[in-house]
Unconditional design. Sequence first.
Length: 80
Amino acid sequence: MVGEIISQNLASNLIAGNLLSGFMPVLMLIAVWELIWKGIALWKTARNKQKTWFIFILVLNTVGILPIIYLLWFQKKAKK
């Protein structure tokens, strides 16, 4: 009884470990993606003095979605 529980627990830990190790490159890619978009958006919000957008982008982790939305539709356009 105890031996079966231990072997089942060990097997489930091995499966979970394999799944996590396979997911790690995807997680790293998502983190780099978020970092790039967040950095660009934070830089533009700071230059445009848009404090509300700066705070939202800094605090919320949206896998790059919020920074992209800001950059496409809400950033102030440069005066020519």
